[in-house]
Design a protein around this ligand. Structure first.
Ligand code: PMV
Length: 357
């Protein structure tokens, strides 16, 4: 069967086509996606339910810790079932995934509950959020099984509705998430990630895990509190456009030094907005600061290495691939029980089976 359908009006220049061709619909699909680390952070939503950010953000998708997700439609089941590894997912996660599948079903005009099997390869307790790779893989597998063939921009928009940063993991390499403009449908249609052009260079990230416990305040709550109470929030948000422009220019000529300099001040600025929130939010721990000190020390010795930190204590160092082993050794020695993982630019979300993979 081959159907062509249109999900809505076409948007203006720079917006994606919203037309998708449905050829044959498999009864299951498996997709793989990798996490991404932001160099210009997403911090703050202008719309909580559609997950529309205040600012543009820019990231690198990595080549480690993939999530592999299979979605099967099962007419026998009376509710969506979600299995993480070998275990049934906790109820709050199952409910979040069901809400996301409802969105895909609505978009596709489809019905039927699903069985979702998902497997993260992040080492247990590595303190790395897997929601970006998780929702990018889920969006692709679910869209395929419910008969959609979304283009990359539409897939990115769908993934965004699961977890904001997931919209960037749809793409490999470096991706820019356009905040988009407006609210409602206009905001939704204009807020998606695109892959960025880069010239030949050899970036690597050293993911430095200093603490593997779950954070005490979720990024969702922390963003909310920062936006509503931090007097520094707007000052930081107003720097993001220039930071994006600077990194885009530096990606175009492979200037890792400029990329790192901008990424570091953008991340530390984001943490400053949280420290000024009321009550304050402090994700950085003494060990994070010890790692940041080592990065500064390495830089003073002439190495090109810069830091970025998400909403947690773990520090990610950006450096040349040729320096990554030395950087990892130095950062791993910053304190007890610190683990390091070296990552390079990774691929975008892809189908492993189903839907003509
Ligand atoms: O997508 P979320 O809700 O997990 O938020 C991610 C926020 C940061 O990781 C702190 C920054 C970013 O841009 O990834």
């Amino acid at each position: 069967m081959s159907i062509l359908y249109t999900t809505g009006r076409e948007s203006g220049a720079g917006h994606e086509s919203r037309t998708a061709a449905v050829e044959s619909t498999p009864d299951h699909a498996t997709a793989i996606a990798h996490p991404n680390i932001a160099l210009v952070k997403y911090w703050g939503k202008r719309d909580d339910s559609l997950i529309l950010p205040v600012t543009d953000s820019l990231s690198m998708t990595v080549d480690i810790f993939p999530t592999v997700t299979t979605v099967s439609i099962d007419p026998q089941v009376r509710a969506d079932t979600v299995v993480f590894g070998e275990e049934p997912a906790p109820e709050h996660i199952r409910a979040r995934i069901t809400r996301f599948l409802d969105l895909i079903r609505e978009f596709a005009g489809a019905s039927g509950h699903a069985v979702v099997h998902t497997r993260n390869s992040v080492p247990t307790g590595a303190g790395l959020a897997s929601s970006a790779s998780g929702f990018a893989a889920l969006a692709l597998a679910a869209a395929t099984v419910y008969g959609l063939r979304p283009d990359r921009a539409t897939l990115s928009r769908l993934a965004r509705r699961g977890s904001g940063s997931a919209c960037r993991s749809v793409h490999g390499g470096f991706a820019l998430w356009h905040a988009g403009a407006g609210w409602g449908a206009d905001g939704d249609h204009s807020s998606y990630a695109e892959q960025l052009y880069t010239s030949e260079f050899d970036p690597a990230m050293v993911i430095t895990v200093v603490d593997d416990r779950a954070k005490r305040i979720s990024s969702r709550d922390a963003m909310h509190r920062t936006l509503s109470t931090s007097p520094l929030y707007l000052a930081w948000a107003n720097t993001c456009a220039a930071d994006i422009a600077g990194i885009r220019a530096a990606l175009g000529c492979g200037d890792l030094d400029a990329i790192g300099r901008i990424a570091e001040h953008n991340a530390l600025g984001m943490h400053a907005t949280m420290l000024a929130a009321r009550p304050p939010i402090r994700y950085l721990s003494p060990k994070s600061v010890a790692v940041l000190d080592r990065i500064l020390h390495l830089r003073e010795q002439g190495l090109c290495v810069y830091a970025t930190v998400d909403a947690g204590p773990n520090v990610v160092a950006l450096c040349h691939e040729s320096d990554a082993v030395a950087v990892a050794a130095e950062l791993g020695a910053a304190g007890e029980h610190i683990r390091t993982f070296i990552a390079r630019p990774g691929p975008g979300a892809a189908l492993v089976s189903g839907g003509g993979a």
